[in-house]
Design a protein around this ligand. Structure first.
Ligand code: SAH
Ligand code: SF4
Ligand code: F3S
Length: 508
């Protein structure tokens, strides 16, 4: 094997296995226009992914570093890419300077998310100058945007490869090309691919695990870039999800978060089947794993059967993240959320009735084009009415190529900032008030590790995602323990360790 072949991970005499049956052979930069199209063709599932021997050994003696931006979907994609790197013989590193390959797994949701990535690329320029053999890659949602790829090609020549969200399984081939090519390697598919089941994964930690239940989004909220960067809705088969959750349970994981951009649309793409999220949850709750969550649910498709199943409790946690975005029906219409304020409030009361102890959290956008003060006040009043425990709040950020980006906007930035501040005050007041009732109570805490602030203290989360700090022996890390709350603070709870929680029988 000569040096070039070693670098490329090429075994000399073997022919590369033909994967063309499940890869599209499109090697073009992205197009948002193409990404918008929704085809009718059924999704195929592939169970035969393997790292071709052609590439094996490519990473021996080399280290990789992946920096992840954005949502849990990206975090989980990073776990898959780490699995592929390890499969190729690379070792992980937490230190940028030690890495031979650096990947930025990017997020396009708001302008400031993108600016962070461009800033990071700027920092990496000098590292690349010092070490020309270093490979720098950009992947994730930003890579799916034409304008971003053009900008990288034009001004960021420290980048060696750009690939998108639909072809992370192509990482071995992309790396090989990047080692061989003097040009920037750009491979972004505008159209989503099929579902590839058995991709390797190196999960972050062994306490909480993410499980994809579906990919993509068909909702096309007018402000949102995700349907363009993640493609059409594609659901994994129930049996594959159940198997993965069972395996994680057997490996000792304590908590599973089911992932999808709009998990309530789960199963809508199945042909001739009426299997939905409620059915899936009803099967998953029988698996012996203490906690199961999902994110993110959309108010539109939150059906009665799902509520009925969630009300059975057990390992299905009583915390639901339900983004509302706005309290004004007019703004919701402009956002194309496809529900009204009344529908949302009605849904909330149905949920509260069925699950009396439920905690609701949400996402809100302020300063949508032409939002009036009255419409903003409707958001505040909805917040007060629902009494959310917490919210992620954002100023609207125009995304190129989305319908909202073409709307004229008469709301000045100072007004948007002021609305965000006023909303955050309400959010913070509710969060702080929500902590008070915990004083003196006993809670179940999944212990995740030592506290970031104090190495002598352990910390973990309750079912309702409240952070709890307490002193206990380190061997309870990874277990669910009982803690009596001694002090309820604004953002966290302090408590004293009682003991390990007895395992409850899962109610069938
Ligand atoms: N699929 C999820 C949301 C994913 S994005 C859902 O529909 O609930 C996470 C949050 O980012 C959204 O809920 C929204 O509040 C916010 N967001 C999305 N696009 C945005 C934009 N262009 N400007 C500001 N916030 C945005
Ligand atoms: Fe974006 Fe709306 Fe889809 Fe959520 S449901 S990812 S906000 S388009
Ligand atoms: Fe960002 Fe893509 Fe997630 S745009 S929020 S990383 S789906």
């Amino acid at each position: 094997m000569n040096e070039e072949q070693r670098l490329a991970g090429q075994a000399p005499a073997t022919k590369e296995k033909d994967y063309s049956h499940y890869f599209q052979s499109v090697y073009t930069p992205p197009s948002l226009k193409d990404a918008k199209k929704r085809g009718k063709e059924a999704i195929s599932y592939h169970d035969d992914f393997e790292i071709d021997e052609h590439y094996s050994g490519m990473g021996i003696g080399r280290k990789f570093y992946i920096r992840t931006f954005g949502c849990q979907m990206n975090e989980h994609d990073t776990e898959v890419m780490a699995g592929i790197f390890v499969g190729l013989g690379y070792e992980p590193t937490d230190t940028v300077k030690d890495a031979d390959v650096i990947l930025l797994n990017t997020c396009a949701i708001r302008e400031n998310a993108e600016n962070k990535v461009f800033g990071e690329l700027g920092h990496l320029k000098s590292l690349k100058r010092e070490r020309p053999d270093l490979l720098i890659g950009v992947c994730g949602c930003m890579s799916q945007e034409e304008s971003v790829v053009k900008k990288i090609l034009k001004t960021y020549d420290q980048v060696d490869m750009v690939f998108g969200t639909h072809n992370i399984h192509r990482l071995p081939a992309i790396l090989r090309e990047a080692y061989l090519s003097k040009e920037m390697v750009v491979e972004v598919w505008s159209k989503e691919g099929d579902i590839i089941e058995n991709l390797p994964r190196v999960r972050k930690g062994n306490i909480k695990g993410w499980v994809n239940i579906m990919y993509g989004c068909d909702k096309f909220c007018t402000y949102c870039i995700v349907p363009y960067t993640r493609g059409k809705e594609r659901s994994r088969r129930p049996e594959d999800i159940i198997l993965e959750v069972r395996q994680l349970a057997a490996a000792g994981y304590q908590e599973i978060t089911l992932l999808g951009q709009n998990v309530n649309a789960y199963g809508k793409d199945f042909e001739n089947e009426t299997y939905r999220l409620g059915d899936l949850m009803d099967e998953l709750r029988k698996i012996d794993i203490p906690r199961i969550r999902f994110t993110t649910s959309h108010p539109r498709d939150f059906d009665d059967h799902l509520i009925e199943v969630l009300a059975k409790g057990g390992n299905l946690v009583n915390h639901i993240h339900l983004p509302v975005q706005s309290g004004s029906s007019e703004i919701l219409k402009l956002m194309s959320r496809k529900y009204t304020r009344e529908h949302f409030l009605n849904l909330v009361s149905k949920i509260k009735q069925a699950i009396p102890n439920v905690t609701l959290t949400t996402d809100i956008i302020v300063g949508f084009p032409n939002e009036t003060e009255e419409q903003f006040q409707e958001t505040i009043s909805l917040y007060n009415e629902v009494g959310f425990d917490m919210a992620f709040t954002y100023i609207y950020s125009p995304r190129e190529g989305t319908p909202a980006a073409k709307m004229t906007d008469n709301v000045p930035m100072e007004v948007k900032k002021d609305r965000l501040q006023r909303l955050n005050k309400v959010v913070n007041d509710f969060s702080a008030a929500g902590m008070k009732p915990y004083q003196g109570e006993i809670v179940n805490v999944l212990v995740e590790g030592v506290s970031k602030r104090n190495k002598e203290v352990l910390s973990g989360y309750t079912e309702k995602s409240k952070l709890v700090n307490f002193r206990a022996p380190a061997n309870v890390i990874g277990k669910i323990v009982q803690v009596r709350i001694t002090q309820a603070k604004s953002w966290s709870l302090d408590g004293e360790f009682i003991g390990i929680k007895e395992k409850e029988k899962v109610m069938l």
